[in-house]
Design a protein. Structure first.
Length: 188
């Protein structure tokens, strides 16, 4: 005899928005594969790396008429059950009417032990589905290491790992960032 497990239906984006509107303002939620996920507050170490990354990316983005911002959600018009919030989003174009970008050129996640599975799994797969995305960065917080996922002219992605003494090339932002700069003020 087999036993079928009942699975809750996947939440669609419109229903997700209705759900989070009723939640307290200090709660941050994202939608991953139709599942609403409450985001825990991040450690100071995590936030310092996010700030270092954001500051360096913002400097490059400004030069090419783009912006590097924390706290934006992402949407894909072809996927109605995902709306993740990466740590940093770089996008160009006019200001958004809402908090969801549909046209990022770069996203970055700073890994935390509690989010590593989602950041490297469900969220990474979603990010790679975004047609405008050219680079996806995974920044480790316990060692000076950055995984750089970059898309060439076709649909394929390449990945490489960089260490403390390396420089992070960002051709779409016409510049680069020393990996060590992401860890300024962080004891390793």
């Amino acid at each position: 005899m087999t036993l079928a497990l009942r699975r809750e239906p996947r939440l669609r984006f419109a229903d997700f928005l209705a759900m989070i509107r009723a939640r307290p303002d200090d709660e941050r939620w994202e939608l991953l594969d139709g599942e609403p996920v409450l985001m825990a507050p991040q450690s100071e170490r995590h936030q310092q790396i996010v700030m270092n990354l954001g500051r360096n990316l913002a400097e490059l983005a400004d030069r090419v008429g783009c912006r590097a911002l924390p706290g934006l959600g992402l949407r894909n018009e072809f996927v109605d059950d995902d709306a993740p919030f990466p740590d940093i989003v770089v996008r160009c174009g006019p200001l958004l009417p809402d908090g969801y970008a549909r046209d990022p050129i770069l996203v970055a996640e700073v890994l935390s032990p509690s989010t590593m599975h989602n950041d490297r799994g469900r969220k990474a797969a979603f990010y790679q589905s975004l047609q405008t995305l050219r680079a996806f960065l995974i920044v480790y917080q316990d060692e000076p290491r950055v995984e750089v996922w970059q898309r060439g002219n076709g649909p394929d992605w390449s990945v490489r790992a960089l260490g403390r003494d390396d420089t992070l090339p960002l051709p779409d932002l016409a510049g680069s960032v020393p990996v060590a700069a992401l860890y300024a003020g962080i004891p390793l």
